[in-house]
Ligand binder design. Structure first.
Ligand code: ATP
Length: 728
């Protein structure tokens, strides 16, 4: 089941959007460039530690890698990259002041980009579809016809073919299969089949017969929407989710829910406070996305739930499903399943099926002690990584979005960030600078040929109201809520905190056999993360940052003056630098156009650093706040200088005093805190975090708002978040 805690979706704009006129745009561009030229660049103040300093620094060191530059750019490499003097050019037959863009600030003093010696590993792969139809299963004809006509599915996926017969036989099962392989229906079908076949017809007032636990509210809605669209109207499914008011959930529980879908946190909340919740008729207990449930620290809540169910009913069927089979998942299986059949789609090749194609109980291929887990990755998914110096991160992300979504057709992209604040920041920044708006005045902050083909949406944990809107938007766009089958690109702007999280993020594309690609953006100092992924049999190939930025040469609105009259000239590194600087200047001008926006960008920067400080211990040698160069990172927030009062230690101390003590008290787990801070998955029931959110809201009411008045600040309820964009 798809689960994305927060995302920003990007849909085609109305074709009526009026593009701005070129002449006005050129003037605005010239003004921006003039300002950029006038500005004093603080390059020397931003110099990185001596260890990583290099003179000319677009590539690992331009001079050292001149050959590489020529190979990649297919143009003539420039020998020197000193700031250029303003020049006068001729345009459209009129003499016009065309100042040059200074390139020193963005491209000087960057750390070297190391050669990526990526170990090539053989990825674990699974076959998604079988040739077998649902008709081959012993199911009620109405159920088959609903699957065929309402859900529009004919052939079973491998996991469905292996799991459904086992579950229909009444066995407990531990099911492992890659993301997007159809695990939800693998349990929904047997549950519905068994409940409709009960001798005494189910009454709504009987209460729950099946309990489905999922990690997040989003997943619960989707499970409800997709899996339990069943034809037997007397079986009532229902969802308990954190965003809804407890009172109305209690009322629904009182009326009766036969298939109850909930996040662990929300259910525990009801177990403790709702009198009329009971489990005496439970026949099915499903733990879906068990790895994510554990990642989020819900182990204790699961124990509370198991105890509550065991106290009222002993005999039931238990199913645990997971994309990754970690030690934690096996431990959970040990306590929740009884003599389970272990189904792993990979096992097909290892003779674990009987002659009828049914899986038989057997030990699953768990990693040996000390050996890292390996994850199955869809065959149709191409994974990439790019190493980008901090100063170039923002322009690189924007260039990549433009490359894929403006210059390519039929693209949809989800961009994951490490916090809600980052989603808000990038959403507003891109909407204000990269999009053209009908009737918008020529503010000079919008790119002249700003795209009419792009649209952005966002989703994250601080958006309770907007989640509903988001779902209704998605209904039109993708028809399957957050499970967006046509997503073509997943971009991870901030690295995930675990390989399992990486797998779940990239699992939003290449679903159910479709093609998809992913891009992980790392800083040069984070290159070792690629080895960490390789140890889990995750294979990524490199895209060079200059190849990403070179897309800017396809759009004349990024043109620097030096190239104004040389249309035929091939794009060289210098031109790419100039164009990247034009784009960066657009972002910086927007951010620096008011005090409020500067303070908003600073807060986003703080949120980034806070999230960076929460990487788990085993990744600290790769992601350590001390290795961040604040001046450089500030550039990726459109800030011209690092905020004066922003020292990593002070920030951490302040943050610890403000929030963590409270959160620690509530969660009693450092790991859980880190996950809540970093992960896009949440039940929405984190008491401690909710309290923090309340504090933040109060503070937000007092403090300055971002430009649009919609942003958020501080520690979010769950900060892993994503920005998703979709293009016509
Ligand atoms: N037999 C089928 N034929 C066609 N599409 C299917 C079939 N089974 C499931 N799907 C579709 O595949 C997509 C992924 O299914 P689902 O969300 O259940 O996968 P999953 O394995 O639970 O993924 P994840 O682990 O990422 O949550 C959904 O859009 C679903 O509608």
């Amino acid at each position: 089941m798809a689960a994305v805690g927060g995302l920003l979706l990007h849909v085609p704009e109305s074709p009526t959007a009026a593009p701005r006129t070129l002449s006005g745009s050129r003037r605005a561009q010239a003004r921006r460039q003039a300002e950029a030229t006038k500005r004093k660049h603080p390059a020397s103040r931003e110099a990185p530690p001596a260890k990583r300093r290099s003179e000319a620094s677009f590539l690992p060191a331009e001079r050292a890698a001149a050959k590489e530059t020529q190979r990649t750019f297919k143009g003539k490499a420039q020998k020197t990259f000193s700031p250029k003097k303003p020049s006068v050019g001729v345009s459209d037959g009129t003499r016009e002041q065309k100042p040059c863009v200074r390139t020193s600030s963005l491209f000087k003093n960057n750390p070297e980009i190391p050669e990526l010696h990526r170990p090539v590993v053989k990825q674990v792969q699974e076959k998604v579809f079988t040739s077998d139809a649902f008709q081959e299963l012993d199911l009620h004809p109405h159920l088959i016809s609903t699957i065929n006509t309402v859900l529009n599915m004919t052939r079973m996926t491998s996991v469905q073919k292996q799991s459904i017969p086992v579950l229909l036989e009444g066995r407990d099962a531990l099911v492992r299969s890659q993301t997007g392989s159809g695990k939800t229906l693998a349990y929904c079908i047997p549950v519905v089949q068994s409940l409709q076949a009960m001798k005494s017809k189910i009454q709504r007032s009987d209460g729950p017969y099946a309990l489905v636990l999922v990690p997040t509210r989003e997943v619960s809605s989707l499970t409800f929407g997709m899996g339990f669209k069943q034809p037997f109207t007397w079986i009532v499914p229902g969802v308990l989710m954190g965003g809804e008011r407890r009172k109305s959930e209690k009322a629904r529980l009182r009326k009766g829910i036969n298939i109850l879908i909930s996040t662990p946190g929300r259910l525990v909340d009801h177990i403790k406070s709702t009198k009329n919740i009971h489990f005496r008729r439970i026949q099915w207990l499903i733990l879906d996305e068990a790895d994510r449930i554990l990642d989020l620290g819900f182990e204790k809540d699961i124990t509370v739930i198991l105890n509550a169910i065991n106290a009222e009913c002993q005999k039931r069927q238990n199913v645990l499903l997971s994309a990754t089979l970690t030690e934690g998942v096996t431990r959970l299986a040990d306590i929740s399943l009884l003599n389970p059949v272990r189904i792993s789609v990979l096992d097909q090749h290892h003779g674990q099926s009987d002659p009828k194609g049914r899986a038989v109980p057997e030990a699953s291929p768990l990693p040996a002690a000390g050996e890292p887990d390996s994850f199955a990755i869809p065959e149709s998914l191409d994974q990439h990584v790019t190493l980008v110096p901090s100063k170039l991160r923002l322009v690189s992300l924007a260039a990549f979005i433009l490359q894929q979504c403006k210059f390519e057709k039929d693209q949809k992209m989800i961009v994951f960030f490490s916090s809600c604040e980052l989603v808000e920041f990038h959403y507003h920044l891109f909407v204000q600078t990269l999009l053209s708006r009908p009737g918008a005045p020529a503010s000079g902050q919008l790119l002249p040929s700003a795209s009419t083909r792009l649209k952005f949406l966002r989703l994250h944990g601080n958006m309770e109201q907007e989640v509903t809107i988001f779902f209704s938007v998605l209904k039109d766009v993708a028809a399957r809520g957050l499970d967006l089958p046509q997503v073509t690109w997943i971009v991870q702007y901030n690295a995930p905190s675990s390989p399992a999280e990486y797998i779940h993020r990239i699992g939003r594309t290449a679903r159910i056999g479709c093609r998809g690609s992913s891009l992980l953006i790392l800083a040069p100092s984070e290159a070792e993360y690629v080895n960490s992924l390789a140890s889990h049999k995750i294979n990524v190939s490199e895209i060079k940052v200059e190849d990403i930025l070179s897309v800017l040469t396809r759009d004349d609105c990024f043109k620097g003056s030096r190239w104004g009259s040389q249309k035929s000239r091939a794009a060289g590194p210098q031109e790419i630098r100039e164009r990247a600087t034009v784009l960066q200047t657009v972002f910086e001008d927007y951010v620096h156009s008011s005090e409020r926006r500067v303070s908003w960008a600073k807060k986003a920067l703080q949120a980034f650093i806070r999230a960076y400080a929460t990487y788990p211990r085993d990744l600290k040698h790769i992601f350590h706040v001390r290795s961040l160069h604040l001046g450089h990172v500030a550039k990726s927030f459109g800030l011209r200088d690092a905020p004066q009062n922003l020292s990593v230690t002070a920030l951490k101390r302040r943050q610890a005093n403000l929030n963590r003590a409270d959160l620690h008290k509530k969660t009693r787990s450092k790991h859980r805190l880190a996950e809540i801070l970093r992960s896009e998955y949440s039940s929405g029931m984190e008491a401690g975090v909710a309290k923090v959110k309340k504090q933040k809201q109060t503070r937000r009411a007092r403090g300055p708002l971002p430009a649009s008045g919609q942003g958020s600040e501080g520690v979010s309820k769950f900060s892993g978040a994503a920005l998703c964009q979709l293009v016509d």
